[in-house]
Design a protein around this ligand. Sequence first.
Ligand SMILES: Cc1cc2nc3c(=O)[nH]c(=O)nc-3n(C[C@H](O)[C@H](O)[C@H](O)COP(=O)(O)OP(=O)(O)OC[C@H]3O[C@@H](n4cnc5c(N)ncnc54)[C@H](O)[C@@H]3O)c2cc1C
Length: 400
Amino acid sequence: MSEAINVITGKCVGCGLCVKACPFGAIILENKIAKIDLNKCTLCGACVAACKFDAISLKKETAPAKDLSAYKDVWVFAEQMDGHIESITYELLGEGRKLADSLKMNLCAVFLGSNIKGKADELVKRGADKVYLVDKPELAYFCDEPYAAIIIDLVKKHKPAIFLCGATTVGRSLVSRVAVTVDAGLTADCTGLSIDPATGNLLQTRPAFGGNIMATIITPNHRPQMSTVRHKVMKEAVVDGSRKGEIVISEITAELLKMRSKRLSYVAEQGATVNLAEANIIVSGGRGVQNGDGFKIIKDLADVLGAGVGASRAAVDSNWISYSHQVGQTGKTVCPKIYIACGISGQIQHLAGMSSADIIVAINKDPDAPIFKTASYGIVGDLFKIVPMLTAEFKKVLGK
Ligand SMILES: Cc1cc2nc3c(=O)[nH]c(=O)nc-3n(C[C@H](O)[C@H](O)[C@H](O)COP(=O)(O)OP(=O)(O)OC[C@H]3O[C@@H](n4cnc5c(N)ncnc54)[C@H](O)[C@@H]3O)c2cc1C
């Protein structure tokens, strides 16, 4: 796309409306004529809309449309760490399979790492028809540059219609580089994906405006259609040992393996005993817990149940517990079998991170708290009485 913005000096009266309208401070008045600093201008068009004298012209020339028919197949990025395939990969394969079936296309996994050849079949058993495998010692640890360069190379060669990646630290870092280079549309943090039966376009749904609406985004003019997908929102593909697929060993040039950074060491997060995203049971505390000491009874219950400890943003913002425990739109998305919410009101931003739990138990002293609308079981009462009672009872029942 090439663009041009110009001030039509014959029409400009030096009123300064455009200066006020520009969110980037890119316009000044010089001798009563607007002057645009092209280094700061993002071509957003706010000045054009503000100018009452039609004195600013903005031309956007759209590049000729791509031949979209050349793009086929649904790809997922198979995230792994130390050769262990991350569960987000199986979630992507589960969702990718549905998309591929509705488009009558193949589902392919892109699998990069070192000493991972023997694991490629696991991706086939979870639904992949084809695995593009790049197995090199240099890829032992995730590093943006070679990982992105290889995927860009594969995308250019094989032209997938859809490319899905986990909205994980690795996925977010990787896929944005790929999308920019291959000139693709990218929708971050999707919680729902489907195919528009009329056009075959990918419908990418994600929370927007602080979680108050769900926006469905399409990228009809660009391929691949790229999305990052929230962990624990989609169900994992089930294992089918009878499935057969093709493992394609992808040859790459040494140039693609170049990197300017290297991993010196790996430090596991301190203090996090249970990985929240993987926990089967989570006991969470909110503002109702009152202070940092209040979390002791939450942790006691979690210990007895072998559960992870979660928190609302209100508790995290009050410094009662660290951010790594925050559940919700700006925290972690979790999908445990049981989620016990203690002193949490149930605002939409919190629900965005936990409402797909199988069973939700809410403990709140306010019978009208919104969390009770989502909860499978509700206990109205003071958490400082109820939580220790539950801990004592579970101790007895579980023989601890
Ligand atoms: C852009 C944006 C992103 C956000 N992201 C997140 C997010 O990721 N996660 C998140 O959690 N929030 C998030 N929020 C904040 C969210 O809107 C709420 O403010 C927050 O979830 C409230 O936390 P809470 O339920 O602990 O507190 P409150 O809403 O204050 O609720 C406290 C509850 O405790 C109950 N209570 C009090 N004392 C007791 C007691 N003794 N026994 C039993 N119950 C008691 C009260 O009845 C009340 O229902 C976000 C907000 C915005 C705008």
